[in-house]
Design a protein. Structure first.
Length: 568
């Protein structure tokens, strides 16, 4: 924004009937002194919401107020204004009529804006007002993440693109110093952080580089500039440099780690590269180190299940297993259990691959198979360290399972995970590994199967009118709807970035090893038979727990079907 504020601005601000004379005077003073935009000052000072202010200002200035989200803007219109100008002036071109380019801005008081845009586009310009967030979202949607940086790369003479179609030809040592590449990679990570992503995937395609973020367990493709594929080697090499990988080795998979701090929050990024047909595919897992640990009450368990688990984790010995597919929150649950019992009188040792969160007061060991430090090796030595509680990241083989079980039988409380579809499946999995049935029956205390479901955005959810026949066919308790309870559906709004969901919560199935279950384990009964006994004793299945969360308005019927389909 220009530092020059015309005398007529105070009159126009007064016409909005939203600001006091003192606020108008202070707003203009701040704009002049700090080179800030009036609309942003009004919103940041808490005087008026930005959209309300801009709508009133549009009336006072006889300008249109537009919402850019629903618009479908063609490439021809986007190309009317250079990318550099779009980002420099924080504007967005959205229409052309009679050789007049319509441009959205949140700063109509920038005296030189119209002339600058006219010179950049060679068209007459008419301004419209839109909120800062709306302009930023439209810019990202239509120009792509990091478009300004890619535009600068296209103009950088030091980077040469081979005409034969090979992706990039440049000196790697020079590339490491390339500020634009560094900035673009930082933008990717920042964008993922802002979106609450757990993973970033950079996937080379035949003629493009695709970047996807995993948000609330679902992959979303992020818009990118069309020219980005020309710089994919430079981008991937930059990530490998940050992760202390060998940038010259592109034929073999590699693993690395990046430590970053964003807005005061420590982030541990696990990097994995994999050679593919069109180049190296890169996956980044984002772990928030400063994230507060979730307690038992925050996992989404029923109150009686919380009470039962508290009794179990206070026991001096036994095994508690958490099961589910990758990304189902097993580690979060284990850390919640450990956090609950992490007291000065407990010696807790963990063996993990990798250590996802560092917990004060706990001895954590990172598995290193390359030097022979496996789960089984570490477990043997842990037993000489006088532990009270042992946490094993995953039971992967017979040797680890046997040592864990014998540890529990000799007075240790053991926590671990398994990859099975339901709770009863963990028992047959242990038996399949070769563990004796009597050892499983005597050591195992409980198995917790879990999934993560997306939570409905509270700002935009709405009551649904589902087909009761479909509900009944899936086993949904439709009788509850006759008692005035509602189920909701997702809609989508700005707060949830039009996904309809925000955050995740667990659904659970807890199988307690009772006196009736033990003989079935010793007899090597099927997981189905064991599950039926547990249900007869009151076990709630994953899907049944999901139905309760649907009736509580937390998630949707379709979401429960999606995450529990394989256990149906």
């Amino acid at each position: 924004m220009s530092n020059v504020i015309s005398p007529g601005v105070s009159v126009l601000l007064a016409r909005t009937n939203l600001l006091t004379p003192a606020q108008i005077e202070r707003g203009i003073a701040l704009a002049r002194a700090e080179n800030r935009k009036i609309a942003e000052i009004v919103a940041q000072e808490g005087w008026v919401a930005e959209d309300v202010f801009l709508k009133a200002l549009a009336l006072a200035l006889n300008l249109p107020f537009v919402q850019l989200g629903p618009l479908d803007v063609s490439t021809d219109i986007l190309e009317k204004l250079p990318t550099k100008a779009v980002f420099q002036y924080a504007v967005f071109p959205f229409a052309v009529h009679n050789n007049i380019l319509q441009v959205a801005t949140n700063d109509p008081f920038d005296s030189g804006l119209t002339d600058a845009l006219r010179l950049a586009s060679n068209l007459r310009v008419r301004l419209a007002l839109a909120t800062t967030e709306d302009i930023a979202n439209a810019t990202k949607k239509f120009y792509g993440v990091g478009a300004e940086t890619v535009d600068r790369l296209m103009q950088d003479d030091r980077i040469e693109v081979e005409p034969q179609g090979n992706l990039l030809k440049m000196d790697l040592n020079e590339m490491d110093q390339e500020a634009s590449i560094v900035k673009f990679v930082n933008q990717i990570i920042w964008e993922a952080y802002e979106e609450r992503s757990t993973d970033i995937h950079l996937e080379p395609m035949e003629s493009s580089l695709r970047i996807r973020y995993r948000v609330d367990g679902v992959l979303h493709q992020t818009p990118l500039p069309a020219q980005l594929a020309r710089f994919q080697n430079a981008i991937i090499s930059r990530i490998k440099v940050m992760a202390n990988m060998d940038i010259a080795e592109k034929r073999l998979p590699q693993d690395g780690r990046i430590g970053m701090r964003i807005q005061g929050e420590d982030i541990d990024i696990r990097v994995s590269t994999m050679p593919t047909v069109y180049g190296e595919s890169v996956s980044l897992r984002l772990l928030m180190r400063s994230k507060e640990f979730i307690g038992l009450n925050q996992l989404g368990l029923r109150p009686n299940d919380v009470a039962s688990l508290r009794r179990l984790i206070d026991r001096p010995n036994g095994i508690i297993l958490v099961t589910g597919p990758t990304g189902s929150g097993k580690s979060t649950s284990l850390y919640a259990y450990l956090h609950e019992i992490n007291t000065i009188d407990q010696r807790i040792i963990t063996v993990e691959d990798p250590i996802e969160y560092e917990m004060a007061g706990i001895n954590q060991i990172n598995v290193r198979a390359d030097i022979g430090l496996t789960f089984a090796t570490a477990l043997r030595h842990i037993l000489r360290q006088d532990p009270d509680v042992i946490m094993i990241g995953e039971v992967r083989d017979f040797e680890t399972a046997e040592i864990a079980i014998r540890a529990s039988l000799t007075g240790h409380l053991v926590f671990s995970t398994l990859h099975t579809n339901d709770a009863a499946g963990a028992i047959t999995r242990l038996l399949d590994m070769g563990v004796e049935p009597f050892l499983v029956a005597s050591s195992l205390e409980a198995v917790v199967a879990q999934r993560l479901v997306r939570k409905l955005c509270p700002a935009c959810r709405r009551p649904a009118q589902p087909d009761r026949t479909i509900l009944q066919s899936a086993g949904f308790p439709v009788a509850e709807l006759d008692h005035g309870r509602l189920i909701y559906e997702s809609v989508g709004c700005e707060k949830c970035r039009n996904t309809g969901f925000h955050g995740r919560l667990g659904i659970y199935e807890i199988l307690f090893i009772s006196e009736k279950v033990e003989p079935r384990i010793i007899d090597r009964s099927s997981s189905h038979a064991i599950k039926q006994i547990a249900i007869s004793e009151g076990m709630q299945t994953l899907r049944e727990d999901g139905w309760n969360k649907v009736l509580d308005g937390i998630t949707t019927f379709e979401e429960i079907l999606r995450v529990t389909e394989e256990t149906d």
